[in-house]
Design a protein around this ligand. Structure first.
Ligand code: UD1
Length: 418
């Protein structure tokens, strides 16, 4: 088990450079198999989710070459074999191979994906989308077979603006015959990044980033070069850390527009920010932070993935703040551990009520999932004394070089294997 230890209460100064977006990368890697030619993707974060997807590529006999920050994927000798459970269960995003394999071979066989336990996480919308495109879906003991004689364009309305379903349907539809329209599509920046990648390969996708995406099927996709956008969730996490313990701490390689919902909340709390073209710097944090309420929502609303780290900042605000989670049913697992560190948070239904400010004191806590883990790091950096975070492998799934990045700005943080 991986354990992170933090000696908290230190001031952090300097710059933190944001890596490529995890949630774009995990879709781009499966998307790369849609061509028979080479795809070069740069700014790929070195996180364990990337490694897990590369392992699946290798199982499919795809040639993968990793050099610093870039990934060269060549599916020339690819074989469409069944993706075993040991690979699919390592992460949620393994399900993008369903759409990509279906799009390319008209057949995908794989086991149910894994990922953080933050809710039931069904894939019914993905499967309904595949069926609308002409596929037949069968499920036997957790193994899904999705197969079609021919894929044809269709009009698909998503009951929920799901990120995963939007991308997966896009992957299946790019090589289908005719036109597909996805209505009530999710609008997250990662979806735009994936659509740009596919268009660079010769796909005809318009409307990504809006709630209606149109895909005109093409026969062939070709080689391409692509860059992953900066990770807005990583950027938001470090910005929250900067608000908690920064002194002139600058977060670099950011697309500020992607984190508008966070920066406006920070300003509402009284924090002064310097928002540049590609950076955000915390200029001043008032002695008394104002309490505020947030409600998670689909993009451009407040990102659910930042809700847990943001709660840590709210423990330092004067008065009552409320965090309402609307996307995932089980995303308050960090709360008992924050309370162990000294916060005063009560959860009722889908709302956490935070009474602040409270002093945080280090103790042993658990990273129950990726972003809960990020919240523990943020809390451990603020807390006085030593915080030990067990199950920290969750954190390494999504934060590239977290130990080095924080050490470079003055944190006392180490990673151990026990
Ligand atoms: C993605 C992100 C995750 C983020 C989430 C919401 C990746 C790899 N992960 O997850 O970090 O928290 O978006 O921004 O990009 N739903 C269904 N049926 C489906 C699919 C989804 O009911 O077939 C529901 C889910 O249970 C959830 C909601 O729709 O309540 C949103 O899920 P979705 O947008 O699909 O999240 P993911 O793509 O899994």
């Amino acid at each position: 088990m991986k354990v992170i230890e933090i000696e908290g209460g230190r001031e952090l100064t300097g710059q933190i450079r944001i890596s490529g977006a995890k949630n774009a990368t995990v879709a781009l890697i499966p998307a790369a198999i849609l061509t028979d030619e080479e795809a070069t993707i740069c700014n790929v974060p070195e996180i364990t989710d990337t490694d897990a997807l590369c392992d699946i590529l290798k199982e499919l006999n795809v040639n993968v070459n990793r050099s610093t920050e870039s990934l060269v994927i060549n599916p020339q000798n690819m074989k469409n074999v069944e993706i075993q459970e040991e690979f699919s269960k390592k992460l949620r995003a393994s399900y993008y191979f369903m759409g990509a394999l279906l799009g390319k071979y008209k057949k995908a066989v794989m086991y149910f994906p894994g990922g953080c336990s933050i809710g039931a996480r069904p894939i019914d919308l993905h499967l309904k989308g595949f069926e609308a495109l002409g596929a037949k879906v069968t499920n036997e003991k957790n193994k899904y077979t999705v197969e079609a004689e021919e894929l044809h364009g269709a009009n698909i309305y998503l009951d929920i603006a799901s990120v995963g379903a939007t991308i997966n349907i896009m992957l299946a539809a790019v090589r289908a015959k005719g036109k597909t329209v996805i209505d009530n599509a999710a609008k997250e920046p990662e979806i735009v990044n994936v659509a740009t990648f596919l268009n660079n390969m010769g796909a005809k996708i318009t409307g990504a980033g809006t709630s209606t995406i149109k895909i005109e099927g093409v026969d062939h996709l070709h080689k391409c070069f692509h860059e992953v956008i900066p990770d807005r969730i990583e950027a938001g996490t470090y910005l929250i850390i900067a608000a908690l313990c920064g002194k002139d701490l600058r977060i670099d390689n950011v697309i500020p527009e992607h984190i508008d919902s966070l920066t406006s909340k920070l300003e509402e709390m009284g924090i002064k920010l310097d928002i540049g073209i590609d950076y955000v710097r915390v200029l001043e944090v008032p002695k008394k932070l104002k309490a505020t309420d947030i409600k998670t929502a689909v993009y451009p609303g407040f990102a659910t993935d930042l809700q847990q780290p943001f709660t840590v900042l709210l423990t330092q605000a004067e008065g009552i703040s409320r965090v309402t989670e609307t996307i995932w049913e089980n995303r308050f697992m960090h709360v008992p551990y924050l309370n162990a560190l000294g916060s005063d948070i009560a959860v009722e239904n889908q709302t956490a009520k935070i009474q602040g400010p409270t002093e945080l004191k280090g103790c042993e806590v658990v990273a129950t999932d990726l972003r809960a883990g990020a919240a523990m790091v943020a809390a451990g950096l603020k807390a006085t004394g030593k915080t030990t975070i067990t199950n920290s492998e969750h954190i390494l799934r999504g934060y590239e070089s977290i130990i080095e990045k924080l050490t470079n700005v003055g944190a006392k943080i180490t990673l151990k294997e026990i």
